[in-house]
Design a binder for this molecule. Sequence first.
Ligand code: T5A
Length: 211
Amino acid sequence: MARGKLITLEGGEGAGKTTLIRGLTKALAARGIDVVVTREPGGTPGAELLRDILLNGDVQRWSSRTEALLMYAARVDHVERRIKPALDCGAWVICDRFADSTRAYQGVGGGLKAEEIEELRHFALGEFGADLTLIVDIDPEEGLARTLARGEKATRFEKFDSGYHARLRQAFLDIAAEEPERCAVLDGMQPAEAVLENAMALIDARLSTAA
Ligand code: T5A
């Protein structure tokens, strides 16, 4: 059986990743592809426990270094117990955030050096990585407004100041520019239907969708 594909979605707060994943899941399933949807931090029982302590509580609850280690502890559990087994069964895994979020949030946002995060990534994952990364780009003010409009409690990361969120946006765009073979940028300010259409066009161009 052919190995599945790993598609990761990245971007700032409220960019529309979860909404896009719903559309992608339907569109790919309609082609007969077995789709597994998951998220980070989280995706396994152990990683969801780590998600809870990472996202809730005081903004300064963890240093960036501790956050990076906890994100990677969750990620290793997720990759070993959920993502790799699904790929081995031929499923396409769509993951809401992955390693680029650590580069952006704990690296550029939190002040850790890119080399330190790269060492951690290599120790944790070796050569394992996404086949395609869709970066949903949005004005951070709009993204935060969308998340606040849902009326849910803000996560620790949403409480950081606007300068932090502007740096994150640029960090994701820089990652896309550094790795154009793996990454593509989508305009998240467009209506959700247009974002989905553009994402499917990229998938068709970059990945074989023959089930
Ligand atoms: N984190 C994560 C790190 O710091 N390091 C790491 O290594 C990792 C993996 C996760 C947090 O953890 C941090 C980053 C995050 O802060 P989360 O709650 O999962 O926390 O946060 P997000 O991933 O940002 O998820 P959100 O749900 O907040 O945003 P989404 O999924 O991008 O957006 P979505 O689809 O839920 O849409 C938000 C709202 O906008 C509407 C939707 O209906 C919804 O109400 N919407 C649109 N409106 C207009 N036009 C469109 N195109 C729209 N698309 C969606």
